[in-house]
Design a binder for this molecule. Structure first.
Ligand SMILES: CCCCCCCCCCCCCCCCC/C=C/C(=O)SCCNC(=O)CCNC(=O)[C@H](O)C(C)(C)COP(=O)(O)OP(=O)(O)OC[C@H]1O[C@@H](n2cnc3c(N)ncnc32)[C@H](O)[C@@H]1OP(=O)(O)O
Ligand SMILES: Cc1cc2nc3c(=O)[nH]c(=O)nc-3n(C[C@H](O)[C@H](O)[C@H](O)COP(=O)(O)OP(=O)(O)OC[C@H]3O[C@@H](n4cnc5c(N)ncnc54)[C@H](O)[C@@H]3O)c2cc1C
Length: 632
């Protein structure tokens, strides 16, 4: 799955990267440890001539529990995408050498989704050839940007550009926040950490108030638009190009989701293989809980999702690279496609893994509630993915907006983008491919069912919107009247994308891998397809892609698939080739000694470092001895 990290031994030989000790760290300790880790990985990269990919894999091996994530994943990419060549020449070397530490400051206390309503302003002052940056009111302050709280010396601030009395919309500005001498905030800058979060507490997400902070005109990142000395606004590319960084991070989030669900399914399956509990025959030996059909039903979806997301990330990375290369040459033709695809898939991937991670956690029984199992921690660390880089509902709606445009083109006989080419088909020409039970064992037949369901969902909401408009509703009321169906259509398209990538990737692999491996992957792909239909059976029935007879066959085949996957389940998670230090879980160690590792973790619990707790002397002793308690 993930390229085996040939430098794993080097990385995990150092205590700094051994994860057992993180439990019990304070926020400040987590924060410092994360910074220390990234800088040490940088040193290892130099010492061992690692590539940038090695550096990236090292961070993934540590489950992104490192510092400077926004600096690396947003600040630097934003300079690469939004700055002119001269600005890149100035800022990139400083950022890449950590001489400046950056954040991407877009979200405000009052607005995160609605970028048009961001309140931070950058007003051009022609007298001094500067921009004056201001967060005019409480709700305007930047709120959430990673590393902003205590680390960033610079921020790419997204602000409304004001020239004279005209607003030219959101534009990016490089703003120095802190002195490079003593790290103190510069005049006009009020900055700090927004406080503890449910997870990811090594990250200092921060707030930023800008009180008439002046920056030179050349600090506006001007690849897509600029302001001349005499105050003229010149747009050299679509404003949407200023959104490019978010598109890249949405792609990275699909991989983040893949990484976390691999961890979760590995822990749940390895633990379920060693956990014996109850028996089916009275007096018989206790069973591996992995042999219970219900346990398989709970955790095999996360196994299938791990592979589905791996194949989808690989496919989308190729799609993104083609689009990005064109966009950087000034050709925005694929911008709408890549935005629509990645908005929807980021939402679908993060929704899928947060749901399946909780199922993995529940499948571990009581021990799933221990931090030492790590599944719960992984879930807490993954939860933000349904919000960051665009709240999932909003992202689905962006995807749906793209799909509506595509189906309108299809119905007008115009060309459509490759990912929506199925919309060119006549919706009435579909015939159910599953005419007998065995057809349900063919992923290609299932793919046709997914295609019809997605096409039907998109066509149905497009018709309903048209009907609402023709019956006199205005555009926004018609839209708001159909938001749920629009989200449903986007999800149907995304689930089709995952299934299509899975089927196509397995058929490509079949040409080169052993038949044994091919049959295991085919089985998993089939299961992924069957399970997806069963869990959304209402929508598939509604689309008439299947009837009740087909659903009955599919449900039966899904349960058969569980038994077929069982013999290979442990091997399929071992194939992730994840180091114990990456998985970190006492329940998911390669050696299977879950109870021993749980007990070792308990012994490391700080409370166990003394036999008698301090509370004994304060409260318990007198209580136990029947002494009257002093006034508390
Ligand atoms: C190599 C070394 C690396 C080292 C490893 C480092 C660590 C490992 C990597 C980890 C990777 C993951 C990191 C994750 C960290 C995340 C931290 C969080 C960051 C953030 O959250 S940043 C802030 C994110 N905020 C948002 O996403 C805001 C969401 N809102 C919007 O995007 C917009 O408001 C909107 C899309 C909802 C609405 O846009 P708008 O107001 O403009 O109105 P429209 O809907 O009408 O859109 C107008 C047209 O613009 C197009 N559009 C919109 N967005 C985009 C886009 N992003 N790209 C392209 N085009 C876009 C619409 O389609 C419309 O076009 P049309 O043609 O007019 O239809
Ligand atoms: C851990 C973390 C790290 C972050 N890091 C950064 C960062 O580095 N830089 C940065 O700039 N930001 C960052 N953010 C902020 C993040 O980008 C925003 O939280 C996100 O874009 C969602 O916006 P919001 O918080 O305003 O939610 P809102 O948009 O207020 O969402 C609230 C509810 O309203 C709904 N809603 C909103 N608009 C619509 C609509 N048009 N149609 C239907 N429903 C709607 C949403 O679906 C949601 O249910 C971070 C957030 C988190 C949690």
């Amino acid at each position: 799955m993930q390229k085996t990290f040939k430098n794993e031994k080097i990385l995990f030989a150092e205590p700094l990267f051994q994860c057992d000790g993180l439990a019990g760290f304070t926020r400040s300790e987590l924060y410092e440890n994360a910074i220390h880790r990234t800088l040490r990985i940088n040193q290892l990269k130099k010492e061992h001539n690692w590539t940038q990919e090695d550096f990236d894999i090292a961070i993934r091996c540590l489950n992104y529990e490192v510092g400077f994530v926004i600096h690396l994943s947003m600040f630097i990419p934003a300079i690469e995408r939004l700055a002119t060549d001269d600005q890149k020449a100035k800022w990139l070397p400083l950022a890449e050498s950590y001489r400046i530490l950056g954040t991407y400051a877009q979200t405000e206390l009052g607005h995160g989704t609605n970028l048009m309503a961001l309140e931070t302003t950058a007003t051009f002052d022609p007298r001094t050839d500067e921009f004056v940056l201001r967060t005019p009111q409480l709700s305007s302050m930047k709120w959430w940007p990673g590393s902003l709280g205590k680390t960033a010396t610079h921020a790419i601030v997204l602000a409304q550009l004001i020239i004279g009395n005209k607003n030219y919309g959101m534009n990016p500005f490089m703003v120095q926040l802190r002195s490079l001498e003593d790290h103190m905030p510069l005049p006009g800058i009020i900055v700090g950490d927004i406080g503890a979060k449910l997870g990811a507490n090594s990250n200092d997400n921060g707030f930023l108030i800008l009180n008439d902070v002046r920056i030179p005109r050349e600090n506006m990142l001007a690849r897509n638009s600029k302001v001349t000395k005499d105050g003229r606004y010149i747009q050299t590319s679509t404003n949407k190009a200023n959104y490019a960084t978010m598109v890249l991070v949405r792609l990275s989030i699909i991989r983040w989701a893949e990484d976390t669900i691999k961890n979760g399914s590995l822990i749940a399956i390895r633990y379920s293989a060693v956990r014996r509990q109850s028996s089916l025959q009275a007096g018989g030996p206790e069973m591996q809980v992995l042999d219970y059909q219900t346990q398989q039903y709970k955790i095999f979806p996360s196994l299938a999702a791990s592979y589905a997301l791996f194949f989808t990330y690989e496919a989308m990375m190729k799609e993104y690279e083609i689009a990005y290369a064109q966009i950087m040459r000034g050709n925005n033709q694929l911008l709408g496609q890549i935005h629509g695809q990645l908005s929807g898939l980021k939402a679908f991937a993060s929704d899928l893994v947060t749901y399946e991670l909780e199922m993995c956690r529940r499948s571990c029984g009581g021990h799933g509630y221990l931090k030492a199992s790590v599944v719960g921690e992984t879930l807490l660390h993954t939860l933000p993915l349904v919000t960051v880089e665009g709240d999932n509902t909003v992202m689905y709606l962006q995807c749906a907006r793209y799909l509506l445009k595509q189906i309108a083109k299809a119905l007008a006989g115009q060309d459509v983008d490759e990912p929506t080419s199925y919309l060119k088909k006549d919706i009435l020409s579909y015939t159910c491919p599953v005419q007998k039970g065995e057809h349900c064992t063919n992923p290609n037949y299932l793919l046709k069912i997914y295609t019809q369901r997605a096409h039907s969902a998109i066509a149905s909401v497009a018709r309903q919107l048209q009907f609402d408009l023709e019956s006199g509703k205005d555009q926004s009321s018609a839209f708001n009247n159909n938001l749920v169906s629009l989200v449903q259509a986007a999800k149907a398209h995304c689930q089709l994308c995952l299934m299509k990538n899975f089927v196509e990737s397995v058929s490509a692999l079949e040409r080169t891998c052993s038949e044994n491996l091919a049959s295991v992957l085919r089985q998993l792909c089939l299961y992924f397809g069957l399970h997806g239909i069963v869990t959304a059976s209402g929508e598939f029935l509604e689309s008439e892609a299947i009837g009740l007879q087909q659903l009955e066959w599919i449900k039966a085949e899904e349960l058969k698939s569980l038994a077929a996957i069982r013999p290979n389940a442990v091997a399929l998670v071992d194939a992730f080739d994840l180091h114990d230090q990456t998985v970190m879980s006492a329940l998911g160690r390669y050696d299977g000694n879950a109870y021993q590792h749980l007990f070792e973790a308990a012994k490391r619990e700080p409370m166990n470092q003394t036999q008698v707790p301090p509370a004994y002397y304060k409260y318990l002793r007198d209580l136990i001895k029947g002494q009257p308690l002093a006034k508390l």
